[in-house]
Design a protein around this ligand. Structure first.
Ligand SMILES: [Zn+2]
Length: 262
């Protein structure tokens, strides 16, 4: 059985103490978590993501600027564009699998919607030109996220840390996207997300930690790490009335497709 964490921030799991990363990788092995994607959130983080993924088997990476940095000086999509050009090898050998995380976040800021949209659109364009998957962060911004993605004819995307209901899931599924559920699907009050995790077709689901955030209920309060995705597998398997092995098998196929390996 091979588990996959489709969305991780390894550097933040260890507060920048890279010597602690070996233990995080060891814990993954013990928990049968074979694959993970190190997700970039800024120009600098995207560079780190590349070197980390390059150094470890079955760790993939994405590059991109998170919407929370939409108004930050230096967080310029043209830098990401150049970075992608410099990662030809990594695209070729399948290490660089996507642009992300990118999108819209109206939870903390709504005063810079225009800047967020412009940053999002520029990075959609980079993904399309390089035939890369988009890893989408959308928080309190469902309508605008869908409108922009429809406008730009996005075909390859995953909605990371899905926080919506069945209706929102259906919209994304109809657009051909994957939906990735994070540890918050295991929380007691997350009834809408749990319903969506049952509703979504098995060939469109992935699971993630979004570590260091959102540790699953069983380890809530601890700093999340990729090995903890196993708790989310257990929870979602029970929700969907299937076995962990069966779920893991299906998700491995989805993940390899997402990573451009199948
Ligand atoms: Zn993230």
């Amino acid at each position: 059985m091979n588990l996959a964490d489709s969305h991780a921030h390894f550097g933040s799991c260890v507060d920048g103490d890279e010597t602690a990363l070996d233990a995080v990788l060891e814990a993954m092995k013990s928990a049968s978590v074979k694959y993970a994607v190190q997700i970039g959130t800024s120009v600098k983080d995207s560079d780190w993501s590349a070197s980390f993924a390059n150094a470890h088997e079955n760790i993939f990476f994405t590059v991109g600027i998170h919407p929370e940095y939409a108004s930050e000086p230096g967080e310029d999509p043209s830098v990401i564009d150049r970075a992608v050009s410099s990662f030809r090898n990594e695209i070729e050998n399948g290490k660089l699998i996507g642009i992300g995380e990118v999108g819209l976040d109206y939870h903390f800021r709504t005063d810079n919607k225009k800047e967020q949209a412009a940053l999002f659109e520029a990075q959609i364009d980079i993904a399309k030109r390089n035939n890369l998957m988009l890893v989408i962060h959308s928080r309190d911004a469902f309508e605008d996220t869908v409108a922009i993605m429809k406008n730009q004819n996005v075909e390859k995307a995953v909605l990371h840390c899905f926080g919506g209901d069945d209706r929102q899931a259906k919209t994304y599924i109809d657009m051909g996207f994957f939906i990735s559920f994070a540890g918050n699907v295991t929380y007691k009050k997350a009834l809408d997300i749990q319903s969506a995790a049952v509703y979504a077709p098995i060939d469109r689901i992935m699971l993630e930690t979004d570590c260091p955030y959102l540790a699953p209920q069983a380890v809530r309060g601890r700093k999340n790490q990729p090995s903890f995705v196993s708790y989310t597998y257990e929870f979602v398997a029970a929700l969907r009335k299937t076995s962990v092995a069966e779920l893991a098998d299906c998700i491995e196929k989805n993940f390899l497709k997402f990573a451009g390996r199948a």
